[in-house]
Ligand binder design. Structure first.
Ligand SMILES: NC(=O)c1ccc[n+]([C@@H]2O[C@H](COP(=O)([O-])OP(=O)(O)OC[C@H]3O[C@@H](n4cnc5c(N)ncnc54)[C@H](OP(=O)(O)O)[C@@H]3O)[C@@H](O)[C@H]2O)c1
Length: 480
């Protein structure tokens, strides 16, 4: 077989197929392969006229069809299937070739795979590709990890297929070595969970406290979408809320079972945050809220628990409340993003990735699910101060959130008083207030820990570690 293809794609389910088409539409000759050949044949039959595809029946044929240094993208199920494909391909590759994992791999797997392939002279780039099947076809947001050398070989091609931000920049970048790309993609998905949770809490409050119907809430969201909350997620939420179920004539949202699914990247974000010791309460609340929604037995048992009598606001109060909800949603959203960026910063420092947070914000402005106008502001904040400790310290956000906090507090208080669950908004407010608090009760926790476990404590007025003899005469001893 002659080596004519500029790039190869193996794994031709929704993502791989559309990525291959995107590459072909951009003028690349694309070698295509799938474990089950039917998918390869279907791609060529249905979309063969979109560009030049070179179908391959086997891994050997696929590798033989690629120009050198070879660039080969794996788009298969994450986990063991990805290892199986790498094991099959690696012996066929030569030093200097680039193997890309475009799936949703866990970043620790990517680190392991990168090290193993580097030892054989093969570049392995873990690349987060966001935007679902539409993004893969029309332009995703691309978060690349791996070596700089690998990125040099990939960037012309990735640049061509990425989405374009409103300022004309392509949403693709090299974020750091080994697992950096997949880590940032994972946090992107975690933030997506938090964003969705907050939006649905806003809907729930507008429905149950303000008394609006789904179609009215759709209109409210459409209005919000013209302001600082402008984002893809607000836009699609309005579309879903405005939809009527054709078979019953009821609002669509009322006939959908209220059990939220999840594929796992949100859970990974929280698990990783626990390991790194970074607080991502917004993402955690979102993951737990989805889990709780699916706990049928627990929910059934809890339905008759006592709570406040439902009350609905009058129309003037409802309009004022809607304005407060907009402010609460915005403030809580900023906190959730801040937590996600902090998690990326912590991982970047831990693994020496040197991830530029302004670049991350810029990448998420188009092609991905969390694309939103306010990412421009986040990019600007990190551009002005790359080591910014918290977005809430940025002068612009500090002022905005400082003003929004009164409405945010009112909404959280109303939710608590009326018994409407708003875990995301409330947790974000608690995070904000924790940051503001001069002296935390953590001091008392240290006292408790020293009392029952001799875990020691530090003092505010002296260096070193101390233990108090709680069981004896309560004298204090310096332990270090
Ligand atoms: N779907 C999305 O919206 C989305 C968005 C972003 C990222 N991703 C990630 O992109 C990747 C691809 O996603 P997808 O939804 O297109 O496909 P998928 O359903 O995750 O995986 C199906 C593909 O994996 C292949 N496969 C499974 N086990 C294999 C094995 N042991 N050896 C070789 N091939 C194997 C399948 O081949 P056969 O046809 O032979 O079964 C098929 O091509 C995943 O990592 C996913 O997490 C998906």
């Amino acid at each position: 077989m002659t080596a004519t293809a500029h790039v190869g794609v193996t794994g031709l389910a929704v993502m791989g197929r559309n990525l291959a088409r995107n590459l072909a539409r951009n003028g690349y000759t694309v070698a295509v392969h799938n474990r089950t050949p039917a998918r390869t044949n279907a791609l060529v039959e249905q979309f063969g006229d979109e560009g030049t595809f070179v179908p391959a029946d086997s891994a050997k044929e696929l590798v033989a069809s690629l120009q050198r240094p070879r660039r080969l993208i794996i788009m298969v199920q994450a986990g063991d299937p990805t290892d199986a494909v790498i094991d099959e391909l690696a012996p066929l590759l030569d030093p200097g070739d680039v193997l890309v994992d475009g799936g949703n791999a866990h970043f620790t797997d990517t680190r392991r795979r990168e090290a193993a392939l580097r030892a054989r002279g093969i570049h392995f780039a873990g690349v987060g590709i966001s935007g679902g099947e539409e993004g893969a076809l029309h332009g995703p947001s691309i978060m690349s990890g791996g070596s700089k050398e690998a990125y040099q070989l990939l960037s012309p091609l990735l640049d061509d297929i990425a989405a374009t931000a409103p300022d004309g920049a392509r949403t693709v970048a090299h974020l750091g070595p080994d697992g950096a790309g997949h880590f940032v993609k994972m946090v992107h998905n975690g933030i997506e969970y938090a964003d969705m949770q907050l939006i649905t809490e806003a809907y729930h409050l507008l429905r149950h406290t303000a008394g609006y119907e789904p179609s009215q809430i759709a209109e409210i969201f459409r209005t919000w979408n013209t302001g600082r909350l402008n984002s893809y997620l607000i836009e699609v939420t309005a579309e879903v809320l405005a939809h009527t179920d054709p078979s019953t004539g009821l609002p669509f949202v009322d006939i959908v079972a209220d059990r939220a699914g999840q594929k796992g990247t949100g859970r990974w974000t929280v698990q990783t945050a626990l390991d790194l010791g970074t607080p991502v309460s917004g993402i955690a609340q979102a993951v737990f809220a989805r889990s709780l929604s699916s706990q049928d037995t627990l929910r059934e048992a809890g339905r008759t628990l006592l709570g406040p009598t439902r009350r609905v606001l009058g129309s003037q109060d409802a309009a004022r409340f809607a304005d407060q909800v907009e402010q609460a949603l915005y403030a809580a959203k900023v906190v959730s993003y801040d937590q996600g960026f902090h998690q990326i910063r912590t991982a970047s420092d831990t693994y020496q990735w040197d991830v530029d947070l302004a670049t991350v914000a810029a990448l998420w402005r188009a092609g991905c699910i969390i694309r939103a106008d306010f990412l421009d502001r986040i990019r600007d904040a990190y551009t002005a101060e790359p080591r910014l400790t918290s977005l809430l310290r940025d002068p612009h956000f500090a002022e905005e959130i400082g003003q929004a906090q009164w409405a945010w507090r009112a909404v959280a208080a109303t939710a608590a008083r009326d018994g409407v669950p708003a875990p995301g908004m409330s947790a974000a407010l608690a995070h904000f207030d924790t940051l503001r608090t001069e002296r935390l009760p953590a001091a008392l926790i240290q006292g408790q820990r020293d009392y029952f476990g001799a875990h020691t404590y530090q003092r505010t007025d002296q260096d070193g570690s101390f233990h108090t003899d709680w069981a004896g005469d309560r004298t204090e001893h310096r332990t270090r």
